[in-house]
Design a protein around this ligand. Structure first.
Ligand SMILES: [Cu+2]
Length: 92
């Protein structure tokens, strides 16, 4: 029985990555006021572990971020932009 439990535990561990998903979120970043701002925002988001792609649009005042939800969260993304001086929120 012990062996079975170990196998079940191992299977659960191996299955974990399957629950993780690469997600794309659009963040509204209203604080961007000039063409240089997106560079700062992009840099801040790119530094977050698990982020694979960042597209910042100055015209739309938004950042489209692709990230692995097993490694980071939307909250961490908004924190990163806030710490860089640009508070953001999820665009719906
Ligand atoms: Cu600026």
């Amino acid at each position: 029985m012990k062996k079975l439990a170990a196998l079940v535990a191992l299977a659960a561990t191996l299955a974990t990555p399957a629950w993780a998903a690469v997600q794309t979120v659009t963040l509204s970043v209203p604080g961007m006021t000039c063409a240089a701002c997106p560079i700062t925002v992009k840099k801040a988001l790119t530094k977050v572990g698990g982020v694979s792609q960042v597209d910042v649009s100055f015209d739309k005042r938004e950042a489209v971020v692709t990230f692995d939800d097993a490694k980071t969260s939307i909250q961490k993304l908004t924190e990163a932009t806030t710490n860089a001086g640009y508070p953001s929120s999820v665009k719906r």
